[in-house]
Design a binder for this molecule. Sequence first.
Ligand code: FPP
Length: 222
Amino acid sequence: MDGNGRWARERGLPRIEGHRRGAEAVRACTAGCLEAGVKHLTLYAFSKENWQRPPDEVKSLMSLLDRFLAERIAEIMERNIRLRAIGHLQDLPEKTRRRLDEGIARSAHNTALNLTLALSYGARTEIVDATRAIARAVQAGTLAPDAINEETVTNALYTAGTPDPDLLIRTSGEMRISNFLLWQLSYTEIVVTPKLWPEFSKEDFFAAVREYAQRNRRFGGV
Ligand code: FPP
């Protein structure tokens, strides 16, 4: 959800105002998914690296997340959305973690859309965690090294059981992956839009889906 800071700076506002507007923009994107029948939406809300931001910004982002979870759960339930999260959730403030767990538990049987928040998430950390889990299984004698294949790794990631993304939308013109779902994005189509995240509308979402629909996906074939 890139470009919150720039959106605020362009308007002479504090960065947190951009994040606040960014949290609002989540609604448009989830509405677009529901209308288009998209079953999985993963939002990169806070990376492992984001902890290095000034303490004030980190604190404000955590309270925004907290407010999002408190205020939007009714809407999440009403829209039949299943809330999920990936990342080092143990790094989150306890109150936020509790709210998150509650939201996840309450919405566990919803079926219209899986809304996954990547929080304190880093793809390299995810791969390290998966490697450790696999190594432990080998050490315990329940897995032979030669039996390790792509499926073993896929199933050891935080995203186990979720399909690889078809489309990655990167806002604010950034041309980087920024440590997001590195393994899972191997064959994902990327759409980069110059729109800053707080301005990213449902129409922008549909435009990205239309661009995706025109791509010829070959998965390495011809
Ligand atoms: C990137 O923009 C955005 C973030 C690091 C935070 C995103 C978080 C939210 C929108 C709110 C909380 C989360 C939810 C799910 C409601 P940036 O700050 O890097 O912007 P810049 O590149 O323009 O500086």
